[in-house]
Design a protein around this ligand. Structure first.
Ligand SMILES: Nc1ncnc2c1ncn2[C@@H]1O[C@H](COP(=O)(O)OP(=O)(O)OP(=O)(O)O)[C@@H](O)[C@H]1O
Length: 539
């Protein structure tokens, strides 16, 4: 029997419609790429997104054309994003931290037809454009007064471009399963792979992250995604904030501790989200200046494991609740979050921080399982490690262009490439990426656990662990450390600090001190580059 309920497709542009109707005056504040803070509203963003949609049609772009953005988190980027999606086209957010050749490779793979470029990335685009023959239009996200001289042929200033949209079209009718956005994985472990989201997956994912026990975003919140829109749609926050009617603060391109603190404070941000590298900079700034975080209630830390010392600093020193989140571009991206269930809501002190080391439990819409090498399902006992597989309402079913087909099985389970255990309450803990795991004497050593422990030492600013060849044990962990300014570069105190806190045989035999640990374009420790740096030692 068919239900007697309306079909109301879940469409991304309905989010900005809703925000304009119910929360139209709510502020959207952004640090513009030109410098000043810009204040606008959801109603204005929607009106300008419709102009983007109208101009795209006037320029002859068609349904399903890939329209790229090479931009930081700003209100113009949000407008362009909704405008492209509402025009029936596919918004492809590019990561400007990649090299020009990598970006050209991704743009050609996606067959991008047009690109919106931040002012600061015009020189980068000048290098890329000649390598992308399919590109037909370049719009610089600025006004005529700031438009630079450029060799980019036919480049126009965004404000001039949308000013010509006089007709005023409505959104193009769409189906909820239509493709609407494209993001490539970070390429931490290989070539980047394209993930093609639908209207439906984006809307459902935004509903999921907005809920209690996830990021819990309401119209009373002020939300600042420091995580860029090109990193899996700012973890869904650029949809979730307008869906909830929350004030949205976009930090632009400045990611240093001072710049982030200024906006957190002046805009009274209540929820923010980013990778640990960003929070290292903020916490260092707070330590040096004695500044505090009086308005901030929750910080989402994800993309790589939140070190225990970081979780403790936010919670104990600044009274900010840490939500540790895990996810993948392929999952839209959020897959689990560490909030408290009633069974553990009384936890305090060390037990609470132990729990927050875990990546959390899956919200509705995400299923998880652990399997061994023979695909046998493993128990959720909090100890048994296995390969983590997922499926769900916003999980990719294959990659754009058909690469990586072996990551998806016939029952829809996606191989995350992560090794994890799950406890009886459903809290999952990543112990490693399968490619980073160290096998010593036939047993696994978790590089994440070792890194977390090392950064808890007061002399350690950042730490990474890789496996090195060992004639007896096959592999042993090498601890690579960036020492805190002014600290001695001494291995012994760091290694003895680890004693009693982890199994004795996990403790590395040596420590290598470096000035800097390389990071990937999304701010993760770049273990491929580290293995190259220590290539004479790696097996
Ligand atoms: N909270 C977290 N703790 C530990 N690891 C995390 C956390 N959040 C994300 N990760 C890691 O990041 C991975 C997902 O990263 P992302 O989708 O950005 O691209 P990538 O996997 O780095 O790129 P590629 O697949 O091209 O190598 C996860 O599989 C996991 O290994």
């Amino acid at each position: 029997m068919r239900a007697l309920i309306q079909e109301w497709p879940l469409l991304c542009h309905r989010i900005i419609d809703y925000a304009a109707i119910q929360h139209g005056a709510r502020e959207v504040v952004s640090r513009s790429v030109e410098g000043p803070i810009v204040r606008t509203s959801y109603a204005a963003i929607r009106a300008r997104a419709l102009k983007v949609r109208t101009r795209l049609a006037a320029d002859g772009f068609n349904r399903d054309d890939r329209i790229a953005t090479l931009a930081w988190n700003t209100s113009r980027h949000v407008e362009a994003w909704y405008g492209v999606m509402g025009a029936g086209m596919i918004c492809h957010t590019l990561n400007p931290r990649l090299f020009p050749e990598q970006l050209a490779w991704i743009m050609n793979d996606a067959d991008d037809r047009m690109v919106f470029v931040d002012l600061t990335f015009v020189p980068l685009m000048e290098k890329i454009a000649p390598l992308v023959p399919g590109l037909r239009r370049i719009v610089v996200l600025t006004d005529a007064a700031h438009m630079p001289r450029t060799s980019l042929s036919g480049a126009v200033a965004y404000e001039d471009w949308i000013a010509e949209a006089t007709v005023g079209l409505d959104w193009l009718p769409a189906e909820e399963t239509d493709a609407v956005a494209l993001c490539y994985t970070s390429g931490t472990t290989g070539n980047p792979k394209g993930v093609l989201y639908s209207h439906r997956s984006n809307v459902l994912h935004a509903m999921m992250v907005t809920r209690p026990d996830a990021m819990e975003i309401s119209s009373r919140d002020t939300v600042m995604p420091v995580v860029p829109m090109f990193h899996a749609n700012a973890w869904g926050i650029a949809h979730a904030a307008p869906m909830a009617g929350a004030k949205l603060v976009m930090p632009g391109g400045r990611m240093d501790g001072e710049a982030i603190w200024e906006l957190l404070d002046s805009e009274r941000v209540t929820l923010t989200a980013a990778v640990p590298t960003v929070w290292l900079m903020l916490l260092e700034y707070l330590r040096q200046t004695g500044k505090t975080l009086p308005w901030l209630k929750r910080v989402v830390i994800g993309g790589s494991a939140s070190p225990r010392a970081m979780t403790m600093a936010f919670e104990k020193d600044y009274d900010v609740e840490v939500i540790h989140a895990w996810g993948m571009t392929e999952m839209s991206p959020v897959g689990s979050l560490t909030t408290l269930k009633p069974e553990n809501s009384g936890l305090a002190g060390d037990q609470l921080y132990d729990l927050k080391q875990k990546q959390g439990f899956a919200p509705f819409g995400v299923e998880m399982k652990l399997v061994d090498d023979e695909e046998r399902q493993l128990d959720w006992d909090g100890k048994t490690f296995g390969r983590l597989k997922v499926r769900g309402m916003a999980v990719a079913s294959s990659y754009y262009g058909g690469t990586g087909a072996d990551s998806f099985d016939s029952q829809g389970w996606f191989e995350t490439g992560d090794v994890a255990h799950i406890d009886q309450l459903g809290y999952m803990q990543i112990t490693d990426r399968a490619k980073d795991v160290i096998k010593s004497g036939g047993e696994w050593i978790s590089t994440i656990d070792l890194e977390n422990l090392a950064v808890a030492h007061p002399d350690v600013a950042e730490a990474a662990v890789i496996g090195i060849a060992d004639p007896k044990w096959d592999e042993r962990p090498l601890l690579i450390v960036v020492a805190r300014a002014g600290a001695e570069r001494e291995a012994a105190p760091i290694l003895s600090f680890m004693e009693g806190k982890i199994a004795k045989w996990w403790i590395p035999d040596e420590v290598a001190f470096v000035d800097e640990i390389p990071h990937t374009a999304t701010g993760k420790i770049n273990k491929v580059a580290l293995r190259e740096m220590f290539s004479d030692r790696v097996s």
